[in-house]
Ligand binder design. Structure first.
Ligand code: PFF
Length: 453
C-alpha cells in the first residue's frame, strides 16, 4: 500500500536539500575509500579515470535518478513501478538497490565502527604515533578482536537507526545541515598541515602527476565502481532522496554542486593523506588501513595534534553517518510505503537484519578470516558485489530506462522546476549520454572486468 504523497515527510529548505544530498555522497567513500583505492591503483592516473567516470556516467545518472524520485514522490521500487509502462519490470532495479543498500551497510557500518572507535582511542592518546609499525599494530589489534569489531559496528547501527526514526526533516536534514560545513574546514586545515611536512612533495606528485601506463581494466572497473559509490547512485538512494526534493529545486544544478563538492572533499582527503604517506615512509598501497595509520601520524608531532586528531575522527564519523542514513532510508522507505509497515517496525527489522549480515563482515578480519566465498572475505565480497556489480548494473538499467523508455520530452518535463522549463540543451546532453555513452561504457568495463576476475 502506498502512502499518499501529501502526507510524506520531505526536505524543507533548499540548503537542507543540498546538505542532505551532499551528506549522502560525502562519507567514508571520500576519506577512506578514495585515498586507499587511489593509493593501490597508481595515484594520479586512477584519479583521471575516476574523473572521467564521474563526468560521463556518474553525473547524468545522478541527475535522472533524483528526477525519477521527485516525479513519482515515492520509494525506489514504487517510483519505477509508477513511471514504467504497464507490465514492464523496471521496479527490479529498485529492489536490487534495496539489496545493495544492505550489502554496503554490512561493510560500511564496520568501517564506520573503526572510525567511531578511533574517536575514543585518539581521545585516550592510544593511536598518536609516527611509527608505521606501531600505527599498523594498533589498527590490526582492533580489527582482529571479534568483540571490539562487533561492539563498534552494532553501536553504529543503533545510532543511525535512532536518527532515521526521527524522520527526514528532523533527523537527516537537521543533522547533515549543521555538520557538513565543519568537515570542509577541518579537511583544509589538515591538508595544509600535511603539505608542510618535510618531504611532502612526493605525495602531491603521486596524486597529481599521472602515469598512464598504470591503467588496467581492473583499475577502470574500480574507478567506475567508485564513481557510483561516491555519488550514491545506481541503487535508488538518490531516487529516494529525490522523492523528498521540493518541486522548485533545480535538479541538474543541485546534482552538479553535489558532485563538485564531493570531488573537492575527496581531493582534500588525498592532499591530507598522500604527502604524509611519502614524508613519513608509509606505503600508499596499504589498502583499507591507510586512513587509520597515516592520519594519526600527520598529527603526531604537531602542537595540539592530539586534539585535532579527535576532531578529525569525529567529523569522519559524522560524514559516515550522513551516508549511512541515506543507505538505510532506501529499504526503510520501501518497507514502510510498499508494505505499509510503521517507520519504527521498518527501522528495527532493517537494523536487526543488518546486525546479522554485518557481523559476517565485522568478523572477516578475525573468526571468519579463512571463510572466502569466491576467494574473498565477506567484507571484500560485499564491497565488490555492490560497488563493482550491482551499482553499475543499476546504472545501466536507469540509463536505458530514462534514455530509451522515458525519452527526451518526458525528461525535459520532469526536470522542470515548478513550471519553469528545464534548459533543453542540458537535457539533450544528459539524454544523449544516457542513451549512447553510459550504458555502453559501463557494460564494456563490467564485461572485461568480470572476465579478468
Ligand atoms: N556515497 C557514500 C560515500 O562515498 O561514503 C557511500 C554511499 C552512500 C554509497 C549511499 C551508496 C549509497 F547509496
Amino acid at each position: 500500500m502506498s502512502t499518499p504523497s501529501t502526507q510524506r515527510d520531505g526536505f524543507t529548505s533548499s540548503f537542507g536539500v543540498l546538505a542532505a544530498t551532499l551528506g549522502s555522497a560525502v562519507g567514508l567513500g571520500n576519506i577512506w575509500k578514495f585515498p586507499y583505492l587511489t593509493g593501490a591503483n597508481g595515484g594520479a592516473s586512477f584519479l583521471v579515470v575516476y574523473l572521467l567516470a564521474t563526468l560521463l556516467v556518474g553525473l547524468p545518472v545522478m541527475i535522472v535518478e533524483i528526477m525519477l524520485g521527485r516525479r513519482a514522490k515515492a520509494n525506489a521500487v514504487t517510483t519505477l513501478e509508477r513511471l514504467a509502462p504497464r507490465g514492464q519490470p523496471w521496479w527490479l532495479i529498485g529492489a536490487m538497490g534495496g539489496l545493495a543498500a544492505f550489502l554496503i551497510l554490512a561493510f560500511y557500518s564496520e568501517v564506520a565502527g573503526w572510525v567511531f572507535a578511533y574517536v575514543f582511542k585518539s581521545a585516550a592518546g592510544h593511536v598518536l604515533t609516527t611509527d608505521p609499525a606501531v600505527a599498523g599494530a594498533a589498527f590490526e589489534h582492533m580489527i582482529n578482536s571479534p568483540f571490539e569489531a562487533l561492539l563498534w559496528q552494532w553501536a553504529v547501527l543503533v545510532f543511525i537507526g535512532a536518527i532515521i526514526l526521527m524522520g527526514v526533516s528532523k533527523g537527516i536534514e537537521a543533522v547533515t545541515k549543521r555538520l557538513m560545513p565543519v568537515l570542509f574546514l577541518l579537511l583544509i586545515a589538515i591538508g595544509i598541515r600535511s603539505m608542510t611536512l618535510p618531504g611532502a612533495m612526493a605525495g602531491l606528485h603521486f596524486l597529481f602527476a599521472p602515469d598512464f601506463s598504470k591503467i588496467t581494466t581492473a583499475t577502470v572497473l574500480t574507478a567506475l565502481g567508485l564513481a557510483f559509490f561516491k555519488l550514491s547512485i545506481g541503487m535508488g538512494t538518490m531516487m529516494t532522496y529525490g522523492s523528498y526534493f521540493r518541486d522548485d529545486q533545480n535538479i541538474p544544478a543541485t546534482a552538479t554542486r553535489v558532485m563538485l563538492a564531493d570531488l573537492t572533499v575527496s581531493i582534500l582527503a588525498g592532499i591530507a593523506i598522500f604527502p604524509a604517506v611519502f614524508a613519513l615512509g608509509f606505503k600508499p598501497e596499504a589498502g583499507p588501513s591507510l586512513l587509520f595509520i597515516t592520519i594519526p601520524a600527520v598529527f603526531a608531532n604537531m602542537p595540539g595534534g592530539s586534539v585535532f586528531l579527535v576532531v578529525f575522527f569525529v567529523l569522519t564519523a559524522i560524514a559516515s553517518t550522513g551516508a549511512m542514513l541515506s543507505l538505510l532510508e532506501v529499504p526503510v522507505a520501501v518497507l514502510s510505503e510498499k508494505f505499509g509497515w510503521s517507520r519504527i517496525r521498518a527501522v528495527v527489522v532493517s537494523v536487526l537484519l543488518l546486525a546479522a549480515l554485518g557481523s559476517t563482515a565485522a568478523l572477516s578480519h578475525s573468526l571468519l578470516a579463512d571463510v572466502k566465498p569466491f576467494g574473498m572475505t565477506f567484507f571484500d565480497l560485499y564491497d565488490f558485489l555492490s560497488s563493482n556489480i550491482m551499482l553499475p548494473l543499476g546504472g545501466i538499467g536507469l540509463a536505458i530506462f530514462v534514455g530509451w523508455v522515458l525519452g527526451k520530452n518526458q525528461t525535459i518535463d520532469a526536470l522542470s522546476n515548478g513550471g519553469v522549463l528545464a534548459n533543453a540543451g542540458v537535457v539533450r546532453v544528459v539524454v544523449f549520454l544516457l542513451r549512447w555513452v553510459s550504458p555502453v561504457l559501463i557494460a564494456l568495463v563490467m564485461l572485461k572486468g568480470l572476465k579478468d576476475f
